[in-house]
Structures are given as structure tokens and as C-alpha cells.
Design a protein around this ligand. Structure first.
Ligand SMILES: *Cc1c(COP(=O)(O)O)cnc(C)c1O
Length: 403
């Protein structure tokens, strides 16, 4: 007779994570990953903390063969220690789609969409929140709170439901109804706020301190970045370990941009890729383009810019917490920054829907317009390969689009 002990030992299986510590990229201070952390406690820093792994032993990329087609295929470079703490809805391993009927507008440039719209809750926020909620579970947290422009709130609500945790979400009133309804349906407490995500952030922070809730505000919590970086691993794996020449990214808080860059460094350390790096492009809404302004005026931090509503709700981030890290990636990569007005985002969204069969988020649509500009300026050149990172589904934004 077979012993019945296989199940428990499976449940207690280790992920094999190579996680080592958290590090402040500003002052170098090191923190343990065994306790709850937000940002660097050095008052002169208060920087986002970065998860560091022990990659010196290397890891052969053949380990990926036959693994699950979601972001946990990269579990050695994710922060969870016990498999049982992984809270997943199948996020990640999204397709890369070649431009089909609009390729003539790209000429000799190869345009690829990394399409995140099929993720649980309809955006790439599922990756970051999936990692953050999993680590929060591992650290014994019960209540988790976030300010959001929309998609992070829905993702947090869903993953908290899955994990058996309580979620509290602060969202601007001027957000399409579906973002609010999904939070409530997933059992989160939703607080609607006059103003932008910055106003939501202040309230969320006050209440988190009073109630001892754990905050997963963008880049004030170290593990959302880890989930989002898996896009970088996927782009490399799906392109046969050859990174593209340019990546366009719709930048709100900047997690994806910083995460991609971090993934590239880790993969080089692992020996999975060489030293070639894409030029990274931050794309913003003209109504909220603090990073674009700071980049072009040579500043190392961004100033607060809030022009109010934009159809790309996820891009209404008046001052990203990790502005320094975003600007550093743009400069280190020889990248650039471009802003796009709502009317052109809307037109781009319709063009992609009609000719490519993809109903992408306005944030993603902004990239198509930015691409055309960069091609016209010859910043992107013939024979280059470009990845446009569509961060979410357009279905949630229909209220913002005149059909
Ligand atoms: C949140 C969000 C963004 C911005 O992501 P950051 O990581 O905050 O830069 C872009 N697009 C969509 C659809 C989003 O939900």
C-alpha cells in the first residue's frame, strides 16, 4: 500500500527561490526578507527596496523546459519560499503578437506587441499583485491596502479573495465603473476619492498607519516589482534569448519599466542573455507627463504634474515614487520619453482594434502613437525590432471611448 504522506510533503515543498535580501539602491542598506518591509528606513533615502538573489551559482535555462505557462515558471527568481504560499490565478506567459495588417505603417521596422490583456483581471497588474499578495501571505499578513488608478485595485481585490485576505482599495472617483464594481464583487472595501492616485495614496497611508494594514502602494512595497519583472524574462525567452532593440512602456508608477531592466541584469548574471540591452522608452499622457518633462530637461527627479482626467487612467500618476529609478533606466539604456494626448490615444486604440483585432487599453494604445512619432523622427530605425508592451485590456475602459 502506498503511504499517504506524499501530499503533505508536496504542500511543504520549497520553491527553490534564490532570494537573498532586500537592498536600498540609494544607500546600499540591506534588509532581511523574513520580515515585512516597505521602503528604506534611512530618512535621507526612503527609497524603494530591491529584492536581490544569489545568482552566482548560475542556473541553467533548461530548467524552464516543461514548466507551467505562467510567471511562476521563474520561481527561483521570485521571492516566495514555500510553494503553498503562492497565490495564483494563472498570471503571465502572455503572447507576443506580430503586427499584422498595419505592418506597412512600420516599414522595415519589426513591431511586436507583448499583450498583457489576457491576464487575470485584464491587466499586467496581476503579475505584481500576485507576487506581492503571495509574499504577504508568507509573512502572515491579513489586511492589505492600496491606492490605485484602477487596475491595481481590481487585481488586489481578486488576489486577496483568493488568498483569504481582506483588501482595502482607494480609487479616484473619475474611474470607469467596472473598476469599482470588480473590487466590490471580489469582496474588497472600496473608498472612492476626489482627485488623483496621489490623493488616494495619502488617505491609504493614513488609514494603514492607524489600522496597521499592510500597504502595497507602487514601489513602496518590494515585491510587486518582482512580479512585473517576469515580463522581462518572458520577452527574452519568447524571443529566443535575444532582446529587442527598443521597448515602449506606458509609464505610470514605473514598475514595469524598472522591472524589465532588473530582469535583464539578473538574466545576464545567470548567463541567460548577453550584454545587449533595448533602448527603453517611457510613454505618458500629455496631461500627466512629469517623467517626460524631467527626462528632456535633464532632471534626476520629476516634479508633480497633474492635468486631471485622462482616458488612460493608469497614466494619471502625478509624481511616481520611484521617479529617480525610472529616469535612470531611461538614461542608462539610451532611451527616451514621449507624451501622447488623449485624442491620439483614442485614435490609436481604434486603429489597432479595427486592423489588428486587439482591443487594447488606452495606455497601450499610447505606445502605437508614440511609435509612429519615434519612427517619423528616425529615433527608431529600419531593421530594428521593437516591442510595444500593451499593459491591459480595453474592455474595462469602454466608458472612456467614444465608439
Ligand atoms: C498601472 C498601469 C500602467 C502603469 O504601470 P506602472 O507600473 O504604474 O508604470 C499602465 N497601463 C495599465 C493598463 C495599468 O493598469
Amino acid at each position: 500500500m502506498l503511504p499517504n504522506s506524499a501530499a503533505p510533503s508536496l504542500i511543504n515543498a520549497s520553491t527553490g527561490t534564490l532570494i537573498s535580501h532586500l537592498e536600498c539602491p540609494n544607500c546600499g542598506k540591506i534588509y532581511s526578507t523574513d520580515v515585512v518591509r516597505t521602503v528604506c528606513e534611512n530618512e535621507a533615502c526612503l527609497s524603494s527596496l530591491l529584492a536581490r538573489y544569489d545568482l552566482t551559482g548560475g542556473l541553467h535555462k533548461d530548467i524552464l523546459i516543461g514548466r507551467v505557462a505562467n510567471m511562476w515558471r521563474y520561481k527561483e527568481v521570485l521571492p516566495i519560499v514555500n510553494e503553498e504560499n503562492i497565490v495564483t490565478l494563472g498570471e503571465g506567459f502572455t503572447p507576443i503578437l506580430r503586427l499584422k495588417n498595419l505592418q506597412h505603417l512600420a516599414g522595415k521596422i519589426e513591431v511586436l506587441w507583448k499583450d498583457e490583456s489576457g491576464n487575470p483581471t485584464g491587466s499586467f497588474k496581476a503579475r505584481g499583485i500576485g507576487a506581492a499578495v503571495s509574499k504577504a501571505k508568507e509573512l502572515g499578513i491579513n489586511t492589505i491596502v492600496t491606492p490605485t488608478a484602477g487596475n491595481a485595485g481590481g487585481a488586489l481585490a481578486a488576489y486577496a479573495a483568493r488568498a483569504g485576505m481582506q483588501a482595502v482599495v482607494y480609487m479616484p472617483k473619475l474611474t470607469p465603473q467596472v473598476f469599482k464594481d470588480e473590487c466590490r464583487l471580489y469582496g474588497a472595501e472600496l473608498i472612492e476619492v476626489e482627485g488623483s492616485i496621489s490623493d488616494c495614496g495619502k488617505l491609504a497611508n493614513e488609514q494603514a498607519v492607524i489600522n496597521s494594514w499592510f500597504q502595497v502602494s507602487t514601489l513602496k512595497e518590494p515585491y510587486r516589482l518582482e512580479g512585473k519583472k517576469t515580463m522581462g524574462y518572458e520577452i527574452a525567452e519568447q524571443l529566443n534569448w535575444q532582446l529587442p532593440d527598443v521597448i515602449l512602456y506606458p509609464t505610470g508608477g514605473g514598475t514595469g519599466l524598472i522591472g524589465l531592466w532588473k530582469a535583464f541584469d539578473e538574466m545576464e548574471q545567470l548567463g541567460w542573455i548577453g550584454s545587449h540591452r533595448p533602448r527603453m522608452v517611457a510613454v505618458q499622457s500629455t496631461s500627466c507627463d512629469g517623467i517626460v518633462q524631467a527626462f528632456h530637461s535633464g532632471q534626476v527627479t520629476a516634479t508633480f504634474v497633474d492635468g486631471g482626467f485622462t482616458i488612460a487612467n493608469g497614466l494619471r500618476v502625478p509624481k511616481p515614487y520611484a521617479d529617480k529609478l525610472i529616469l535612470k533606466v531611461l538614461r542608462d539604456s539610451n532611451g527616451t520619453a514621449v507624451s501622447v494626448p488623449d485624442v491620439l490615444m483614442s485614435a490609436a486604440l481604434k486603429e489597432i482594434a479595427r486592423h489588428e483585432g486587439m482591443l487594447i487599453a488606452p495606455e497601450g494604445a499610447a505606445l502605437w502613437q508614440a511609435f509612429k512619432q519615434l519612427k517619423a523622427n528616425n529615433w527608431i530605425k529600419n531593421n530594428e525590432q521593437v516591442v510595444l508592451l500593451n499593459t491591459g485590456s480595453g474592455y474595462k475602459y469602454l466608458e472612456n471611448i467614444e465608439v
